[in-house]
Design a protein around this ligand. Sequence first.
Ligand code: AHR
Length: 632
Amino acid sequence: LTVKADKPTATIQPTMWGIFFEDINLGADGGIYAELVKNRSFEFNAPMMGWKEQKEGEAFGSTLVENRLEKGATNPRYIHVTANSDKGKYGLINEGFRGMGIKQGETYDFSVWTRKTDASSLTLHIELINTKGEVIGKADLTPTDKDWKKQSVSLTATATEPKAKLAVWFVGTGNLDLDMISLFPKNTWKQRPNGLRADLVQLLADMKPGFLRFPGGCIVEGRELSTRYQWKKTVGEVQSREMVINRWNTEFKHRPTPDYFQTFGLGFYEYFLLAEDIGAEPLPILNCGMACQFNSAEVVPMSEIDPFIQDALDLIEFANGSTDTKWGKLRADMGHPKPFNLKLLGVGNEQWGPQYLERLPLFTKAIKEKYPTIKLVNSSGTDPNGERFDYLNKNLRSMNVDIIDEHYYRAPDWFLQNAHRYDNYDRNGPKIFAGEYAAQSVATVSPDNKNNWKCALAEAAFMTGLERNADVVHMASYAPLFAHAEGWQWTPDLIWFDNLRSYGTPNYYVQKLYSVHKGTQVVPLVQKNEAVAGQNDLYASSVLDKNTQELVVKIVNTSDKSQTTNVVIESAKKVGKTGKLWILKSENLESVNSFEDPTLVSPAEQSVTLKGKQISLTLAPNSFSVVRVKLS
Ligand code: AHR
């Protein structure tokens, strides 16, 4: 193999490798959003879902759900509790999202909005309870006000428990209104109140992603338009955000999630902040006036599309506008006077048909007129080479859109065969965002799909083709990102977690190796002057990193035999005598990572010694190797 290190062919966009985030598989509520209380504001369709009354002894107690809907409240329900605990105990138990993950020695912040409705002196005794019924943390709180008021108290856990519950006991005699009963670990990512689970964000930060796409996925569209994602309902005071049923609230037999709602505690402000924290460009995707076409296929009439377009304009103002503007001021009030510097915006997710092509130009015109530098991402859907996909691609190309978002959930072989996919793409047309992809070990949407090494290896091979064509492919992201082991609807997924633990799949390590070793320019890596994309079961690409003056070579060996190869570096520059090598491999293509063995398939680092300008490598069977050497 030869690397023409002095002949860069393309600039690699800083956005090249990124993250696709969607609240699917309990990715947000019950996942990265660190709230431990399920249905904290009693707004799930069954108001007491997640809560149980508990009486001990001869205590009296009752809980009534009250609703201030008529006042136009966005969080209309609260509970009215009447209790007399003289002869026992009365309380409410919250089960959490598949339990609550509690860690010994850690502090938890309990908070609640209360309103005293009479002169009585009902106080709250808070307990964390393990599966044996033992108390592993406690605190007391005395409601003080006749008007709604938020009060907080902290408790420290005395034991670790993956399936804890929260008990709120009512002590004394009297009445009390309560809302937004909440419990967060203090130790969230960057210790932020209303924050994110630190271990999960760390896994994202470790990838050094170029962008963060949010909030999905199909949840952008909603099953019906009424449950579409509306960013304006996800910003401002947390207690005033209006929740909706999650589009992934399913009745699938093997993975029912009737308790899946979007509380929007993690809303657009928090997504922008997350992107900033992990050094990623924010890429919000907005509804284009069409609901999920896999469900209701509802569209808003053309005559009523304006508010949807206004939402897009207002979002740009929210992200970038001065603090004198309405939405820029809200961003500042929420704690971020500096703009988020939004450069990319998506309109529509997996939409199809003439309705999309009819609506899209209206968004494009309005956005480009007001914000000409914003690059727009438009979707051609999820059926590469299918009729629908081709129709959209053709039309989006003729509309000369900025970036086309292509999705592929296909068999591992498809990924190998498509390592050439972009080699002959039109260089003058729209750029490509490989916005959702994942090799499917069984079949798309099969619950038996595994994040096995075979799939990850095929993705690694395919990604050499994305990298080689970085002049046309500007962005790529695996999907979906997260899955709770006890609350998923879709597999495979990049990162699995439960209430206390998390691990990256082999696919995660492939993504991370590409992203961390992204480089700034593509240089040709050839065999007999041809791109290496399947000859002798090898797939390869190479980049320069001008920031560190290094050459990076990526080689995938999909053969079940070891192969020896020489990489000859053609360069006028001096080449380092040694380099670093990361190898990701497994003898068994079925290998998966797991909670028990989270790094079974993960990169091993070693050094390589060069012979002059040659790197001699013995590529293990079914392996992915990344080599970095200095050029000076
Ligand atoms: O990633 C899961 C789903 O797959 C996304 O929500 C959707 O865009 C695609 O069909």
